[in-house]
Design a protein around this ligand. Sequence first.
Ligand SMILES: [Zn+2]
Length: 48
Amino acid sequence: MIERLRNVFQHETQSGDLYECRDCGTTLDHSVRRCPSCRSDEIACYEL
Ligand SMILES: [Zn+2]
């Protein structure tokens, strides 16, 4: 059961949503709430 949960988690982290800064286009980690490059908080989320 634990192994199954781990597989789901890895699947989501590897091919989950894509987060990108709307201002400069930098690809961001899902946990980032503000762009480290331009400090914009306009984060776009694309579902893959
Ligand atoms: Zn940015």
